[in-house]
Structure formats: C-alpha cells, structure tokens
Design a protein. Sequence first.
Length: 250
Amino acid sequence: MSAPIFSARSVSRDFGGLRALDTVSVDLSLGSIHAVIGTNGAGKSTLVNVLSGELSPTTGAITMNGDDITRWTQPRRARAGIGRSYQRTTIFADLSLHENCRLAAQASHQRFWHWLEPASRCRRSNEAADRVLEQTGLSALRHQIAGSLSHGKKRQLEIAMSLTTRPQVLLLDEPLAGMGPEETERMLELLASLRNAHAILLIEHDMDAVFQISDVITVMVNGSVIAHGDPESIRNNDAVQAAYLGRAAA
C-alpha cells in the first residue's frame, strides 16, 4: 500500500450539544479501498460530508497531497481532486447518460468567455463524458434516458459522473444500497477496476461486499472509532462482534 494522499486527523463535528463525530482519523491511499462501517447513526455519512467539504469540522485537520484543506469549500476540494457519491441518487433523470456526464464535466470546466457557444459543443466536456462512460461500462447506453435505468445502472452512472473531473480521491456513500446480487457484483468489479488509480473511501452496510473488496476497515459506533484494521482482524474483533455483528463479547 502506498503512502496516504488524503488524511483526516482527530476530526470531530458538533451539532449544538450533539457530537456526531468524535476525534475520527482516516488515511486514504492510492490502490486501496478503505471501508467505514457501523450501524445507522454511527456518524458515517457525517464523516463523508466533513471529508468532502459539505460540512466543516468542529475540530481536527484534513490534508491532501500535503496541503491543509480543512477550511476549503466543497467546490475547491472537488477541483483539487475529490469526487463523491451520495446515498440518494443525484442523476438528471430526464437526460441521457452522456448528457449527465457532460454536465458533470462542464460544471468543473466552466467557460464564461465562450458564452455564445452552445455548451453541448464543448469538446473537452464531451470527451470527458465519452471517457467515463467507457470506463464504467456504460458506453452502449450513452443515449438512453437516465431515469429509465435499473437502480444498479443509476449508481454506476453516479460514479461515472464523479469521474469526469479525474479525481484522485473517491468518497462513496453506500453505492451498493438497494442492489440485488448481480448488480452488486458488477459494482464490486467496477470498484476493483478503479482501485489502482484512486484512493477510495467506501461507506457500506453490505458486510459480504465490504469484506470482499476492502483493504482496510474502520468501524464506528456513536460517532467514534472502535476498531481499525484489515478485514480479517475486524472479522475477529470482539468489540466489533458485540457492537456491530450482534454477537456477545468474550
């Protein structure tokens, strides 16, 4: 595993008197999938929102490629190479797959000086859309209306849209939610294909998938980390079995 390119150190987030995150630390490296698991309310999505810049941390620090990005806005982090997906699908349902990806690419490459030229003719945005549709196995569906896709294909499209900016870091919030076995397997194959060129944080409830695809797992309960390590050590951890897997602690 390579050295981390993205790190959060002792990150906390308070909402009034509630501490949703309590001194959480994570490292993300190219070539590695780092899963964060925990029951509902453990703080997983809050963590992703803080790492992506949607929320500011109350305390702690976040760095990327040696730069302190703790106070950077979400758009600035996206331009610096951080892509993310959400729990709920965020595609443009009435547009084609290619148009969805073109718009995602265009948002990061706005050309105010070309205001008389139709945005649909932007060569850079169209090439980016073509590239990510090929990368995610969706090229054959490029003209299909996004809202007509299966649930699994919609999640693939979301990841394709996040790839238009060539991010180094991918923050994926429950990309397997609601999928059947075949769709789950296709998504795992996609994530595996992205591993070498990206540092991936994966929030997920599907434990079989987590143990199959992850290199590192962090377990959270009530906003705090209770365990961190490789899949085998997490599987055999008494605290994890008691708090998350439903087994009595030894």
